[in-house]
Design a protein around this ligand. Structure first.
Ligand code: NAD
Ligand code: GLY
Length: 363
């Protein structure tokens, strides 16, 4: 059960290989950039599980293989941790051909990708995503970067990987809360692009939560197909690509507002999608039934749908530094009709109403 999806941005073209046993298949590694040196970038949780296996596979192809192990967590997606990668590369004789292998979830992938974009002005990298979220979203499309205390993913670069190898067997060790966080990004593709896929997720949600291999394979493949199509049409987010940020304007404010790492990224996106759907309803674009359907599916997936009570003023302050904001005007991804999304400004008063309607009580 192996599939592949091609990402073609015009400037670069690469394969996402998806399935069980993808890493073990020697052909998956054929044709990667040649170099004397490869560096695995991982973290304290994932390295003990998988770095030995990956190092053995790479040793057959690269003369030198080193591994840098980062502290785990969104709270470490910062300059200090990024510097650990550069320190390690320089200490281990990396050169401008060195290939980085990002082994982990979205945090490792975003940081290793950003390190690859910057090190010696750019080296190749390969994504080895080990969370559902990373397999369906963050490993694909070349957005890399780190957080700033004032805003999520504020510092970064577009840098496409040479390949993405989604080994579905790694999902067996993923904690249930992290699996749910990944399901948020899977569900996201329905309202923005494919309501047929949303029907399928509703039908297969129990199988997905039980990690049924066929259900997971389909979810990863369809998600990657949709993302590849969007990224292929708009790599640098001049327009269309923004739809992939459905729920992220509210979600990023939640993550930064409560402190990075307290809400998982997927959890914040889940709650943010309900808020963005609520905004779409208040703009008269979708009906209440659509909002209720999305909320109920997210709850079934084990995800939060009640926002933390940061106060409307604080939400607005955080959202004004969102990367989609222009000239101080916040722009939201709204659902124009089920299966179709667009970027739009919204009056502050309406956004306040949404926040007040969707926030929990102050503790
Ligand atoms: P994560 O990278 O923090 O991983 C979640 C947790 O699971 C971590 O503790 C990790 O160590 C652990 N883990 C990873 N794989 C495991 C496995 N197989 N078994 C056991 N434990 C495992 O979180 P995430 O949800 O993967 O990624 C979230 C990040 O991705 C956020 O920083 C977000 O901003 C970013 N993101 C980026 C993009 C993009 O396009 N670049 C898109 C979406 C999200
Ligand atoms: N996850 C949003 C994007 O890749 O554009």
């Amino acid at each position: 059960m192996r599939t592949s999806v091609t990402v073609d941005t015009g400037a670069s073209r690469y394969e996402i290989l998806i399935g069980r046993g993808v890493w073990a298949d020697a052909a998956s590694w054929d044709g990667l950039p040649r170099a004397a040196h490869a560096a695995i970038v991982s973290n304290t949780t994932v390295a003990p599980l998988y770095a030995g296996r990956v190092a053995a596979l790479l040793q057959a192809r690269y003369r030198e293989v080193c591994t840098v192990v980062l502290p785990d967590g969104e709270a470490h997606k910062d300059w200090r941790t990024l510097d650990l990668i550069f320190d390690h590369l320089l200490a281990h004789g990396a050169d401008r051909q060195t290939v980085l292998f990002a082994l982990g979830g979205g945090v490792v992938g975003d940081m290793a990708g950003f390190a690859a974009a910057c090190f010696m002005r750019g080296v190749p990298f390969v994504q080895l995503p080990t969370t559902l979220l990373a397999q369906v979203d963050s490993s694909v499309g070349g957005k890399t970067g780190i957080n700033h205390p004032r805003g999520k993913n504020m510092i970064g670069a577009f840098h496409q990987p040479s390949r993405v190898l989604c080994e579905l067997d790694t999902l067996a060790t993923l904690p249930a809360r992290e699996l749910s966080a990944g399901l948020a990004e899977v569900i996201k593709y329905g309202p923005i692009a494919d309501m047929g896929f949303l029907d399928w997720i509703e039908d297969q949600l129990d199988a997905l939560r039980e990690r049924d291999p066929a259900a997971l394979a389909h979810a990863v493949r369809r998600s990657c197909e949709i993302k590849a199509q969007v990224v292929g049409a708009d790599e640098k987010e001049a327009g269309l690509r923004a739809i992939l940020n459905f729920g992220h304007t509210f979600g990023h404010a939640i993550e930064a507002g409560v402190g990075y790492g307290r809400w998982l990224h997927g959890e914040a996106v889940a709650c943010g999608m309900v808020m963005a759907a609520e905004l779409s309803a208040r703009l008269g674009l979708v009906d209440r039934g659509f909002v209720a359907r999305l909320e109920s599916l997210l709850q079934r997936a084990g995800l939060p749908t009640v926002a933390p009570p940061l106060g409307a003023g604080r939400y607005l302050e955080l959202m004004r530094v969102d990367k989609k904001a222009l000239g101080g005007e916040i722009r939201f991804v709204v659902i124009e009709s089920p299966g179709r999304a667009a970027l739009r400004p919204a009056p502050d008063a309406l956004v306040r109403e949404v926040i007040e309607a969707r926030c929990g009580a102050v503790a």
